[in-house]
Write a new protein. Structure first.
Length: 250
């Protein structure tokens, strides 16, 4: 597996496993099947609507216009919409357990999602992602042209993400930190990225990074040492839970 270590501006080292051609092909295969199913559904609806209108003179034109609009949205909007809503994943990527991230290791924004997928038509040329496959084989980070344009990477999800990132309500007897609402989105992204990747870091690096992030955030929020849990990772988990609850981020 090709691993990539990213040094963030906060001097935190994050390690990722790059997604290769095989896992990305699996994701693209499922996404293509879903798109084909959606196109078939749009075609069926267009035919039903036209038939219900009695195939009046204008009916075929309206049905064709509706089909073209639906097909355009499915073909061009499918990847972009899912990658924005699911933070770098589509149904296929979620199934293959891969995700799109920025080169900095942070989650992608709507701009990166749109930019990388606009170039998808070029990656497809001359057919079956020919240009994209060749580009991926010629660079160490397995990036297609859309990734170069958007400044993104595709990485494997941490296998420990779900059991180690639980953002439910506070546990009985757990401290409450209203100051967490003052966290910036960049700080929350950094904390979440660290928590998601921590099991893949060497113990020494993991401990140093947890300490560094916890101290940085506590200093900025002016949190006294007695108000934070002694375990740095528990403190970071609590901060993210409080932030999500108080800032109403879902």
């Amino acid at each position: 597996m090709d691993k990539l270590t990213i040094d963030t501006p906060e001097q935190v080292h994050l390690e990722f496993v790059l997604a290769g051609l095989g896992s990305r092909f699996m994701a693209a295969f499922l996404d293509t099947l879903i798109q084909a199913g959606l196109l078939a559904a749009v075609s069926f609806v267009a035919i039903v609507v036209a038939a219900a209108l009695g195939w009046a003179r204008a009916s075929p034109s309206w049905a064709a216009a509706g089909f073209i609009l639906g097909a355009f949205t499915i073909i061009w909007g499918y990847y972009t919409i899912f990658e924005i809503a699911w933070k770098g994943q589509t149904p296929g990527k979620r199934w293959a357990k891969i995700r799109v991230i920025k080169e900095s290791g942070r989650p992608i924004t709507a701009f990166e999602a749109a930019a990388r997928n606009v170039v998808r038509v070029v990656d497809w040329l001359p057919g079956m992602y020919g240009a994209g496959v060749v580009t991926m084989l010629l660079n160490k980070r397995h990036r297609r042209l859309g990734d170069f344009v958007a400044g993104t990477l595709v990485v494997h999800e941490s296998s420990e993400r779900d059991p180690n990132l639980t953002f439910g309500g506070n546990q009985p007897g757990e401290a409450v930190l209203p100051q967490a609402a003052s966290l910036s989105l960049q700080e929350v992204e950094l904390i979440e990225t660290f928590l998601a990747r921590r099991m893949e870091l060497p113990p020494g690096v993991r401990g140093q990074n947890g300490q560094r992030i916890a101290d940085m955030v506590a200093t900025r929020l002016a949190l006294p040492s007695e108000s934070r849990p002694p375990d740095n990772e528990a403190f970071l988990e609590l901060l993210v839970r409080e932030f999500r609850t108080r800032a109403h981020l879902r």
